[in-house]
Design a protein around this ligand. Structure first.
Ligand code: ADP
Length: 398
């Protein structure tokens, strides 16, 4: 069974064709600059790189070219489209409606439209991608996998904000959380690495990339997560501020004479480790600058690690102790110094990492000492595979 996984952005599209017998990707690609000059598709199959440079006025044209690239005689991997058993679409926001992935039908499409207000930058592109695929592959089942779904198990007291209740009933203002597919994948993988069932474990997952979030996965169910109504809340991120005193918002808007959009942009695009360091949003650049003695770069990293540490403490308390701590995404999978800095001082919680075992990157490894009460892992995330697994499960049951 081969499943095509599609992740549509507003002007880009990532795809992977996954063979579900081996759970390996057979082809992956990226389409950039959809709808603007210089549209380009890059497909990789093992060492072969296939590039198509052609005007792509919209996502439908882009997906048409994706299918063409996949069946291309010289660079393709399948002989015709019917070899694709199903398509799994990543959708950012499923609101309160979806706690699981679902098969696409008219009602689902209507509900996705209703969720646009919650993710105005992301959901419209996801919807365009699904419609384009439906048009081109009318007989292929499609599944949507939501970034928010895994977090839908949070109890009311964890997802509500202490604002007037009407803001929730009228405008759906509550915590939803993001990166759900990643938190789900790494918590399942960690359970597998421990030889246990996820339902028997208390797992704390840290997705530390450009966007970053923590999740408390208590016996297989998320009970809290650090991102909120939007991805802005929680950890310090590449360019996002994470938790701040909310009163700073009107204060800075007045002091700097900023509009709502400008303030939103400042907190989402100009803050985080970029804003503090003034160097870059990329943790590697900041690490290099810190190594050269740049105080603000070191400060940005210290703030980032400290905030992760605080969330580990909070979620350990929320779950009454943890069995397992997982690091994933760009920094979590690759930063040896980052993992060490975050875990330092957490021995009293039962978290002890082995500096030698920690000296690895880009593969699933256990990094805790043999006598650590809490198992600590670094696990490369694989959201595409998680989407493909969900898609397979749903298509098989329908
Ligand atoms: P996103 O998908 O949110 O863009 P990623 O999960 O790809 O993010 O993570 C990107 C981040 O990971 C970058 O800021 C990059 O600096 C960081 N990263 C990658 N490798 C390392 C490393 N060896 N040390 C520290 N940070 C790293």
């Amino acid at each position: 069974m081969k499943i095509l996984v599609i992740n549509c952005g507003s002007s880009s599209l990532k795809y992977q064709l996954i063979d579900m017998n081996t759970e390996k990707d057979i082809a992956k690609g990226l389409v950039e600059r959809i709808g603007i000059e210089g549209s380009i598709l890059t497909q990789k199959v093992d060492d072969d790189k296939y590039i198509i440079e052609k005007p792509m006025k919209d996502h439908q044209v882009a997906i048409e070219l994706v299918l063409k690239a996949l069946i291309d005689e010289e660079h393709g991997v399948i002989s015709n489209m019917s070899e694709i058993s199903a398509v799994g679409h990543r959708v950012v926001h499923g609101g309160e409606k979806y706690s699981h992935s679902v098969l696409v039908n008219d009602e689902v499409m209507k509900n996705l439209e209703a969720c646009v207000k919650l993710a105005p930058l992301h959901n419209p592109a996801n919807i365009i991608g699904i419609n384009a695929c439906k048009e081109l592959m009318p007989n292929t089942p499609m599944v949507v996998v939501f970034d928010t779904a895994f977090h839908q198990t949070m109890p009311e007291y964890a997802y509500m904000y202490a604002l007037p209740y009407e803001l929730y009933s009228k405008h759906s203002v509550r915590r939803y959380g993001m990166h759900g597919t990643s938190h789900k994948y790494v918590s399942l993988t960690a359970a597998e690495m421990m030889g246990k069932n996820i339902e028997d474990l208390k797992i704390l997952t840290c997705h530390l990339g450009n966007g970053a979030s923590c999740a408390a996965v208590d016996h297989g169910k998320v009970i809290d997560t650090s991102m909120g109504l939007t991805p802005l809340e929680g950890l310090v991120m590449g360019t996002r501020c994470g938790d701040i005193d909310p009163a700073i918002v009107p204060f800075v808007m007045k002091a700097e004479n900023l509009s709502v959009e400008e303030m939103d942009n400042l907190m989402n695009k100009k803050s985080g480790v970029l804003g503090v360091s003034g160097v870059s949003s990329d943790f590697r650049d900041i690490q290099n600058a810190a190594d050269e003695g740049n105080h603000r770069a070191k400060l940005a990293l210290d703030m980032f690690y400290y905030r992760v540490k605080k969330y580990i403490g909070a979620y350990t308390a929320a779950m009454g102790g943890i069995d397992c701590l997982v690091f994933t995404a760009g920094l979590g999978e690759n930063s040896i110094v980052g993992r060490e800095a975050i875990c330092k001082g957490l021995e009293y919680l039962g978290i002890k990492i082995d500096l030698e075992k920690n000296n690895g990157r880009g593969k699933a490894i256990e990094i805790s000492t043999d006598d650590s009460k809490v198992k600590v892992f670094s696990i490369p995330t694989n959201e595409e595979l998680m989407i493909a697994r969900d898609t397979k499960g749903i298509v098989k049951n329908n």
